[in-house]
Ligand binder design. Structure first.
Ligand code: FE2
Ligand code: FE2
Length: 367
């Protein structure tokens, strides 16, 4: 695959459709046929970035994909460079209107050694065992969000698990059937380990789809917190992403994503169109824009589009691209800066910069 077409194929999705009406002239929205959704309210939201470094070196990750046919290749057929694998996972703490703290997680990372290291550092094993962490939401079935599932299930095999309904047999085998997946190295013919899970999931599994629970388009996790499934085609033969929406009292809606494959402006538009009393407030996650630190004119449009929503806090990392986050901050997007704490970890990303526009490993954001 040619480098240019590869970069085009991995670039931000959902831009064209959602920029219209946000980046340029604001067009009035059609009145919704259905009733708007009241998802309730929370008092506060805290997000601890356990790990956002899904891989440490972009070039190595990109080479793995290109060597095996490009962005549409089945992720289970690529013998990924194990030493380059990290993971994406966050701990979410909701303060309810009554003042009680409730915790859950989004995503479970990739490389089990990295995830065990990260979990230990953040006391996650004890919180899983004691059920202080109530449940896990899987954003999507990508390797860097899901393949580390053993690191969670070995502490809590019956954790309630929300995942997109659009799984493949290999995904379910890893979740429930003690799969040890391997992929063939095309040069040596050797079958290389890519992921495993010896602790099958035994708990409640909620497979999410766009129609939601009771046909209302969302899954209600707790008052003020909803999951919405967007059924979009994604890279590496994955489909569908779960997105979290929080309604913070007196502040507004916070959108939280794993990779944001549907496109950040589409996700904001969904909230504006569907939530009762919608008020934009914040956003956190991998925003899937300039994944490999390259630039395209449409990335400027995303900056304009995000500004048009007038959110007050944007925390980003992972597949957002440092280059996009830096330009967005310069253009006046309220990017929440991270710290240098990531430098105390045994490994960190080769693209991390002094500008600290990413909330990275060990950072926290409060909404
Ligand atoms: Fe990702
Ligand atoms: Fe992804």
């Amino acid at each position: 695959m040619k480098r240019r077409s590869f970069l085009k194929s991995i670039a931000a999705t959902g831009v064209a459709a959602s920029v219209a009406g946000t980046a340029g002239v604001m067009t009035p929205r059609r009145a919704e046929a259905g009733k708007k959704l009241d998802i309730g309210e929370i008092k506060g939201l805290k997000i601890d970035v356990l790990t956002e470094t899904s891989w440490f070196n972009n070039d190595v990750f990109k080479k793995n994909i290109m060597d095996y046919g490009g962005a549409m290749t089945n992720q289970y057929t690529i013998p990924w460079e194990w030493d380059n694998a990290g993971g994406y996972s966050v701990l979410i703490t909701v303060t309810t209107l009554e003042g009680k703290e409730r915790k859950f997680m989004m995503d479970t990372g990739w490389n089990n050694e990295w995830m065990d290291y990260i979990y230990e550092m953040n006391n996650i094993p004890a919180m899983l065992k004691s059920e202080e962490v109530e449940l896990m939401v899987l954003s999507h079935w990508h390797l860097d969000h899901f393949w580390g599932i053993e690191s969670t299930l070995k502490h809590k095999p019956d954790i309630t698990f929300y995942a997109p309904k659009t799984y493949y047999p290999e995904d379910m085998a890893l979740l429930k059937e003690k799969a040890h997946h391997t992929a063939k190295d095309k040069d040596t013919g050797e079958m290389k380990h890519i992921c495993k899970n010896d602790h099958p999931h035994t708990g409640k599994l909620v497979l999410c789809e766009p129609k939601g629970e009771k046909g209302e388009g969302i899954y209600r996790l707790m008052p003020g917190v909803a999951v919405r499934n967007f059924d979009v085609p994604i890279l590496l033969r994955v489909r569908g992403e779960n997105v979290l929406y929080f309604n913070v009292k007196d502040k507004g809606i916070v959108t939280v994503t794993g990779c944001c494959h549907p496109g950040i402006l589409s996700l904001f538009s969904y909230a504006r169109k569907n939530f009762e009393g919608y008020k934009p407030y914040g956003c956190y996650g991998g925003l899937h824009i300039s994944l490999f630190e390259t630039w395209e004119p449409k990335f400027d449009d995303i900056i304009k589009g995000v500004k048009a929503f007038k959110i007050e806090k944007l925390g980003c990392n992972h597949c957002t691209g440092w280059i996009w986050a830096e330009k967005a901050a310069e253009a006046g997007v309220p990017v929440v800066k991270g710290t240098d704490k990531y430098k105390t970890y045994k490994k960190y990303s080769t693209v991390a910069k002094a500008s600290n526009v990413f909330l990275t490993n060990g950072d926290t954001v409060v909404f």
